[in-house]
Write a protein that binds this ligand. Structure first.
Ligand code: NAD
Length: 497
């Protein structure tokens, strides 16, 4: 299908958004309080629509619906083949509504429309398809015990899963959690981020159209401390899957401790280093991967490669080439299919990123490129690719997650120093290494403390590889069969013969 033009997307965006209420027990309903909140388009600062503001009472309703559907067995007891077919029908509907979903994602998050369509919606559909296809391929085990007995080891769904997700990749992260939780047979209550509730509501409606029984997937838009907190503290939620900041992730451990000791999995922040040795195989390839790896999605990626830790002998050449590549990733109108970089998600985050740029300058780092906001659409919150040189270990811009298109370069003179600086962070989501020496590649990859280490590439990923963090980047994994394990309890059934 041909990509609609910028004019066409702009016209479509002016139409009234259809789904703005909570989605509970298969129906769109108002919040119990009747309250709504404004959903703002970061492209131009204009109101998109008002969205129902879920609170503790609404979370109670949604959890009750999820629990009732779980206890009735309408989903978990359905034959695996039928559950698979149902999710595959849902995937077809996601494809059929791809442009609508993509536009909602772009309007909420400020992503370029081409990325929303070709990356976010496409990955969401692919992920749901992959989880669907797992459903009738998961086997239990028989334990090697004495011959007078048989012990079955099976994975059972946990019950009600609460999923609290961020705004940077709403549909992708939702599909990781909802796909895995439903594949395992659970019922789900999803709380999207307040910045990006709209695509989740259509996603859930399509599930119902595909035949997902009422109550199996519920969506409660609302704010973190109210709706998110209520889900985290709920006595009938058996597992809470969270993606977001490290600070908020820790609240969920507290909520679990203060309520029913529910299982918690956390995908948190990052400060991914690129360790670039003097013998890197291809400076052009590294520069391209480094630029796209930090400027894609305007830097709002948890594993964005924000730190280059580079051999002093190659730093100048590398940074020059990164700057060259970044010229092709300049911010533009999010409705233009040619745009490579969109906005920052909202004005709060925009102010935060600009503040970090000021901090970097005051700490003594030098701006190599960018640094000043641009406004390709009036009223929008756009920051161009920004590169800092002369960054020193321990500076705030080297330590803290900025979550914007800001790269910092630290010059080093030995591999030991590079690895030490790479690991000297509270985070451990990703790390990259650039070298042509295969022995060094293996040795240093082992030393890097991160959930994913890329060697001579960056940000390659797939639904078949696990994703998650070491240290304060979290616990638990999204993607791959390992993620499904995180939504199950292991049960042993011991039978005396
Ligand atoms: P955030 O932690 O502020 O919000 C995430 C979610 O938590 C939202 O739904 C929000 O409403 C909710 N929330 C906020 N405060 C809460 C509270 N007190 N109690 C309960 N819920 C609360 O994060 P964000 O700003 O939306 O997203 C950016 C962060 O997410 C970054 O730190 C980024 O690194 C991280 N992230 C991590 C991954 C990963 O897989 N590791 C992926 C994407 C984003």
């Amino acid at each position: 299908m041909a990509m609609p033009t910028k004019q066409e997307w702009t016209k479509r965006a002016e139409q009234k958004v259809k789904r703005t209420q909570l989605f509970i027990n298969g129906k769109f309903v108002d919040a119990a309080s009747g309250k709504t909140f404004d959903s703002i388009n970061p492209r131009d600062g204009k109101l998109i629509t008002e969205v129902a503001e879920g609170d503790a009472e609404d979370v109670n309703r949604a959890v009750a619906a999820a629990k009732a559907s779980f206890e009735a067995g309408v989903w978990r007891e359905m034959a695996p083949l039928d559950r698979k077919k149902l999710i595959l029908r849902w995937v077809e509907l996601i494809h059929a509504h791809a442009e609508e979903l993509a536009l909602l994602e772009t309007m909420n998050c400020g992503k370029p429309i081409s990325d929303s369509l070709n990356v976010d919606v496409a990955s969401c559909a692919n992920n749901m398809q992959w989880y669907a296809e797992c459903i009738d391929k998961l086997y239990g085990e028989i334990a090697p015990i004495p011959r007078d007995s048989v012990a079955l080891i099976e994975r059972e769904p946990m019950g009600v899963v609460g999923a609290v997700v961020p705004w940077n990749y709403p549909l992708i992260i939702t599909s990781w959690k909802v796909g895995a939780a439903l594949a395992a047979g659970n019922s789900v209550v999803l709380k999207p981020a307040e910045q990006s509730p709209l695509s989740a509501l259509l996603f859930a409606e399509l599930a119902t159209q595909a035949g997902l029984p009422d109550g199996v997937l519920n969506v409660v838009p609302g704010f973190g401390p109210t709706a998110g907190g209520a889900l985290g503290r709920h006595m009938d939620v058996n597992k809470l899957a969270f993606t977001g900041s490290t600070e908020v992730g820790k609240y969920f451990l507290k909520y679990a401790a203060e309520s029913n000791a529910k299982a918690v999995s956390l995908e948190l922040g990052g400060k991914t280093p690129h360790v670039v040795l003097g013998d890197l195989p291809d400076v052009d390839a590294a520069a391209s991967a480094i630029a796209w790896g930090v400027f894609y999605n305007a830097g709002q990626t948890c594993h964005a490669g924000t730190r280059v830790i580079v051999d002093a002998r190659v730093e100048d050449e590398l940074l020059e080439k990164v700057r060259e590549v970044s010229k092709s990733i300049m911010p533009g109108d999010t409705y233009d299919p040619a745009t490579a970089m969109g906005t920052i998600v909202d004005r709060t985050q925009f102010d935060r990123v600009n503040e970090y740029i000021k901090i970097g300058e005051s700490e003594g780092a030098t701006i190599h490129t960018g640094g000043k906001p641009v406004e390709p659409v009036p009223g929008g919150v756009f920051i161009p690719p920004t590169i800092f040189k002369d960054v020193k270990p321990g500076m705030r811009i080297e330590k803290e997650e900025i979550f914007g298109p800001v790269l910092g370069s630290v010059r080093v003179t030995s591999e030991e120093e590079a690895v030490r600086i790479a690991n000297d962070t509270q985070y451990g989501l990703g790390a990259a290494l650039w070298t042509r020496d295969v022995s060094k590649a293996h040795k240093i990859a082992r030393q890097l403390r991160a959930g994913t280490v890329w060697v001579n590439t960056f940000d390659r990923s797939s639904i078949v590889t696990p994703f998650g963090g070491f240290k304060q980047s979290g616990t638990g994994r999204d993607r791959s069969l390992h993620s499904i394990e995180g939504y199950t309890n292991l049960k042993t059934t011991w039978i005396q013969l």
